[in-house]
Design a binder for this molecule. Structure first.
Ligand code: ZN
Ligand code: ZN
Length: 418
């Protein structure tokens, strides 16, 4: 056998039950962003056990393990570790009953509702297989476990804590996400894959007065209402019909009673876009509209526009995506497909950007294929297939984990196995 991926993955059967046990353990013990202490320790111990040079505590709970195996390319493979404040309702025997105290001091349920436990278990499985068959490849394999993806600040925290000095510089960065499509499926996509997401909090200022005396007031409720309507014209009137983008005002708060004109209104909105130019254009338009409406309303003070969270767009580089797609087609056959454009967001791309290197990020399916086919047949996919972040999100353990381990290994060996 000359194909290094098949040679390395011949060891999968021997570690399959370990990977499944680890997955169930992680699923039962989810941890919120920047509190992934137990998960990070599991990853660090597993890497150390098979000979990786491990650095812990990067940007909080981040971990890297480096396996240097002679001259050759450096490949970094990233998995995110954090869970979500969701109360699990899957009914699985290994369901989470965990809770955590959040920043406000209130108790929150915690669940791996986004499948980051699949990512961690898959990367540990892949890292073990790579260590076991060092004879089949050359170069350096870097396993990276990132905290706090859901908050959009984990990649940035690792970079801020010196990741680029603590890790060898990779030639490429690879990552994957489990999605609600049939398990066994792997989907690559060159170019735009995930949206950028920006959330803003806008405070507009008026002058409060009695509800019967509008002449004494500058009414921030009217100001906010005009802004909300005008923001709808960004996607519909300022962008081309072929440019996908979303501007959603998800929250608006002003006032305390029917006969009091308040002195301020607070609007919170979320923007999704797929490239930096569109993103900048939308941000400029929001600022222009908000300032102009405040001026048009005689606001006594300028508005405050604060970014409350921010995810970059995930735009896969062409060359590594082509290389991975070819390796997947060779290994997975018809199960290797082209993934659809997603409206979700990720902070993963900040890592390759910090090193100034290309990356590719792909999807793996997580839903039992028969169950999925049945829902397609009935036309009930949207109702019957729980998506990421749902309290019912429950990836089928197999073939999801085998696919997760295999995809990472096949992709890494597309560089290291030559
Ligand atoms: Zn998520
Ligand atoms: Zn996720």
């Amino acid at each position: 056998m000359t194909d290094p991926a098949r040679t390395v993955l011949a060891g999968l059967g021997a570690i399959r039950s370990d990977v499944e046990d680890l997955y169930k353990d992680l699923h039962r013990h989810p941890e919120l962003g920047q509190r992934e202490h137990r998960t990070a320790k599991k990853a660090a111990d597993a890497l150390r056990d098979v000979g990786y040079d491990v650095t812990e505590g990067i940007g909080g709970t981040g971990v890297i393990g480096v396996l240097a195996n002679g001259d050759g390319p450096v490949v970094m493979v990233r998995a995110d570790m954090d869970a979500l404040p969701v109360r699990e309702r899957t009914g699985l025997p290994y369901a989470s009953t965990a809770t955590a105290i959040d920043e406000d001091g209130s108790e929150q349920p915690v669940m791996h509702a986004c499948g980051h436990d699949v990512h961690v278990a898959s990367l540990i499985g892949c890292a073990r297989l790579m260590a076991a068959r060092r004879d089949t490849w050359r170069g350096t394999f870097v396993a990276l476990f990132q905290p706090s993806e859901e908050n959009g600040d984990g990649a940035g925290a690792m970079i801020g804590d010196g990741l680029t000095a603590k890790s060898p510089r990779p030639d490429v960065v690879l990552a994957q996400h489990v999605l609600p499509c049939p398990a066994g499926f792997v989907g690559t996509r060159a170019g735009s894959f995930l949206a950028a997401a920006d959330s803003l909090r806008i405070t507009v200022h008026g002058r409060g007065a009695h509800g019967s005396m509008p002449q004494a007031a500058v009414d921030p409720v009217v100001m906010a209402a005009m802004i909300v309507v005008r923001l709808q014209t960004i996607a519909s009137r300022e962008l081309a019909a072929t440019t996908p983008a979303v501007v959603t005002v998800g929250s608006i708060h002003a006032g305390t009673g029917p006969n009091v004109i308040p002195d301020r209104a607070v609007i919170e909105l979320n923007v999704r876009s797929y490239d930096d130019a569109t993103r900048a254009q939308i941000m400029d338009a929001i600022e222009r509209i908000v300032r102009a409406e405040c001026e048009a309303s005689r606001a006594p003070r300028a508005p405050e526009i604060k970014r409350i969270s921010s995810f970059p767009p995930t735009v896969n580089d062409e060359e590594p995506t082509r290389r991975v797609a070819e390796a997947f087609a060779e290994y997975f056959g018809d199960d290797a497909r082209t993934a659809e454009l997603q409206t979700a967001s990720e902070d993963m791309s900040e890592i390759p950007q910090a090193f100034g290197v290309p990356f590719t990020y792909w999807a793996i399916g997580g839903i039992d294929p028969e169950h999925y086919a049945e829902a397609v047949g009935k036309g009930t996919v949207a109702q019957d297939i729980p998506v990421n972040h749902s309290p019912f999100f429950a990836p089928a353990m197999q073939p999801t984990l085998d696919t997760g381990v295999s995809a990472l290994t096949v992709a890494a060996l597309a560089w290291l196995g030559n």
